[in-house]
Design a protein around this ligand. Structure first.
Ligand code: TXA
Ligand code: MG
Length: 353
């Protein structure tokens, strides 16, 4: 067991913030594991050049070693040391979306990062988070910081410091608590295809529509569905993720049919004595009967739904839900990321009614 420090910075003034982050950054520089907030979810940081430190990330999370980590930077100047020269499109994307929830996969410079960070790939995913506390911590640490989401592997990503502690208390050196994160879902991971197009490996905080404005030929990679024997381009996408402990089913289709299906299924499960949960939009919330009926807000405000999703999945665990049904939503804008995470939470149990 390690003692996990908590630095609460939510109401800190500038001096207090500097003092607390100096302590946290000091531990990062010495090979410590420090969780910190970003605009997407909390990350679990370690010095990306230090193999012993990075190894501790994999152990603390229980993460498979073939799943590479995203490297976080505070300044563009840090980038040239880490990656090989990149095409103008990459620079344009950085100008437009950094700091922000966009991870760009680029060819890595040999020998700079711990080989565990890239999991043996010739590329590395880099991002600059749009979060005052994260940027201040990264700048103070002064080194590239590898940071996956700060959850136990397979659990929903943390959007509060409490979620980090629920999963990792006693396994990491500290957490910087700055309250809830913004977007609530992880960054969009992309790679460049040639000089002018983009492939989305994981939908996230920056939407397809926004990327298409920068590069009209942007496409979404739907994993290895067509070529199951091929390794997925983004190794993380092959694992069941974000899953609550109960069995979740994602139900899509005409809203009346969705309501009818979920009511029938949940009713039957309750009769069998199972603890049930429904994750629904405000518009139809009152129509469900289950042990926990949780709201994602209005289906016309999917940004707010993204913000609520992971906490709701964790709440089902607290309630002990054994069977859960989730309503689907539009796949436009942030809806693409929301539906992607719901499908993963469902382990691809997707019902079209
Ligand atoms: O918003 C985020 O991205 C959060 C915060 C903490 O920054 N981080 C995060 O990290 O979600 P993680 O480790 O949970 O997810 C990283 C994803 C995985 O799906 C991984 O396979 C993919 O990025 N990835 C990392 N490096 C890659 C690479 N070189 N090529 C392809 N995919 C990569
Ligand atoms: Mg993760």
């Amino acid at each position: 067991m390690t003692t996990t420090n908590i630095w609460r910075v939510k109401k800190a003034d500038d001096d207090q913030l500097r003092e607390k982050l100096a302590e946290a950054a000091g531990q990062l520089k010495e090979g410590g594991l420090i969780a910190f907030p970003t605009e997407t979810v909390y990350g679990l940081g370690a010095d990306a050049r230090n193999t012993a430190a990075v190894e501790r990330i994999f152990t603390a999370k229980g993460r498979p070693s073939d799943n590479p980590l995203i490297v976080h930077i505070a300044y563009r100047e840090q980038l040239d040391e880490l990656v090989l020269p990149y095409p103008p499109l990459a620079a344009a994307l950085m100008d437009r979306f950094w700091p922000g929830p966009l991870t760009i996969v680029l060819p890595v410079r040999a020998g700079v990062l711990s080989p565990l960070v890239t999991a043996g790939l010739s590329t590395v995913g880099i991002r600059m988070p749009d979060h005052r506390t994260a940027l201040a911590l990264l700048a103070e640490a002064g080194c590239p910081i590898a940071a996956p989401s700060a959850n136990r592997s397979g659990r929903p990503s943390p959007t509060l410091a409490e979620h980090v502690l629920d999963d990792l208390d006693g396994r990491i050196d500290g957490v910087v608590d700055d309250g809830p994160t913004g977007v609530g879902l992880e960054s969009t991971v992309i790679e460049l295809v040639g000089e002018h197009s983009i492939r989305i490996l994981r939908p996230g905080g920056v939407t397809l529509e926004e990327l298409q404005q920068a590069a009209p030929a942007t496409t979404i990679d739907n994993g290895s569905a067509e070529e199951p024997e091929m390794a997925p381009r983004s190794p993380g996408m092959k694992y069941t993720h974000y899953a609550p402990q109960g069995e979740l089913e994602l139900v899509q289709g005409d809203s009346e049919a969705v309501v009818a299906y979920i009511r029938e299924q949940a009713g039957a499960a309750r009769e069998r004595g199972e603890i049930t949960g429904v994750l629904a939009f405000e518009e139809r919330l009152m129509r469900y009967e289950a042990d926990s009926v949780l709201s994602l807000g209005s289906e016309t405000e999917l940004d707010a739904a993204a913000h609520l999703l992971y906490a709701a999945l964790r709440d089902f665990d607290v309630a002990g839900a054994q069977r859960i049904w989730a309503e689907g939503c539009s796949g436009d804008g942030i809806g693409a990321a929301l539906m992607n995470r719901l499908a993963k939470a469902a382990g691809n149990r997707i019902i079209c009614v």
